[in-house]
Design a protein around this ligand. Structure first.
Ligand code: ATP
Ligand code: MG
Length: 245
């Protein structure tokens, strides 16, 4: 079956750096999957995710949506972003409107929804992410976890088939983390796919049905968590044996 989104041999080097941030990365995301992306700081997780909705463009290799090579013109990016939603690691990079309501509305309006439909989406997403009480607040005057929830609501309001969430759980309180996994699981039950980068190995082990381990800009291994976390050879190779779990 054709993957929803696939990266093929993607190479990317930030202009200011000598070493590649992605060095021939191939991954494919299907439908209805829970995928955890793990790896050390600087291993390339965020760079990979930025390629998933066209914020970064491969310098070599291709990104395919439903088997078709992504085109980086306006129409191509719109087509990609209709299907793939990305929550950035740092919500300050994501929120730019004056108010929370405006921010969450931006995506749906940009997709061409009329005001009433967009408002409905915003209200729904805000409730799901528990930010309804913040809708009239300015985005810059929120706590870190509130910003993350608003950023997530803005992406969910676009109803993506594939949700890419970069370290979203980190700044959330434990109650909101519970709510987050409920939200993510609900998306997967609807046939959508969630890719979550995380440093929480308990989450990778217990929540994901597929784990991608990155190292030095490469995909080191892709396997179900049961395999990764039980195979001594894999644990050694990924150095996960050095981590207390
Ligand atoms: N804007 C940038 N300009 C230059 N180099 C960058 C930039 N962003 C990331 N890098 C470099 O690219 C490499 C991959 O970084 P990336 O942010 O993808 O890692 P990561 O796995 O998401 O790390 P973390 O776990 O810390 O979030 C690192 O060497 C990093 O220093
Ligand atoms: Mg990162």
């Amino acid at each position: 079956m054709t993957a929803l989104l696939a990266l093929e041999q993607v190479y990317y080097r930030y202009p200011s750096r000598d070493a590649a941030a992605l060095d021939g990365v191939s991954v494919a995301f299907g439908r209805g999957q829970r995928i955890a992306l793990i790896g050390r700081n600087g291993s390339g997780k965020s760079t990979l995710m930025l390629h998933c909705n066209g914020i970064l463009r491969p310098q070599q290799g291709v990104v395919r949506l439903d088997g078709r090579e992504v085109k980086y013109d306006r129409a191509g990016l719109l087509r990609l972003r209709r299907r793939v939603g990305l929550v950035l690691q740092n919500p300050d990079d994501q929120l730019f409107s004056a108010s929370v309501r405006q921010d969450i509305s931006f995506g749906p309006l940009n997709l061409g929804l009329d005001e009433a439909a967009a408002r409905h989406r915003v209200d729904e997403a805000a409730e799901l992410c528990r930010v309804t009480h913040l809708l009239d607040r300015p985005t810059h005057a929120l706590s870190g976890g509130e910003k993350t929830r608003v950023a997530l609501a803005g992406v969910l309001a676009m109803d993506p088939q594939l949700l890419i969430a970069d370290e979203v759980a980190g700044g959330l309180d434990p109650w909101m983390q519970e709510a987050l996994y409920d939200i993510l699981n609900r998306l997967v039950e609807q046939g959508k796919t969630v890719v979550l980068s995380t440093h929480n190995l308990t989450v990778a082990r217990g929540w994901a049905d597929l784990v991608i381990v990155m190292r030095d800009g490469r995909v080191q291994i892709v396997a179900p968590p049961a395999q990764i976390f039980s195979d001594p050879a894999i644990l050694r190779e990924t150095e996960l044996d050095q981590v207390r779990m």
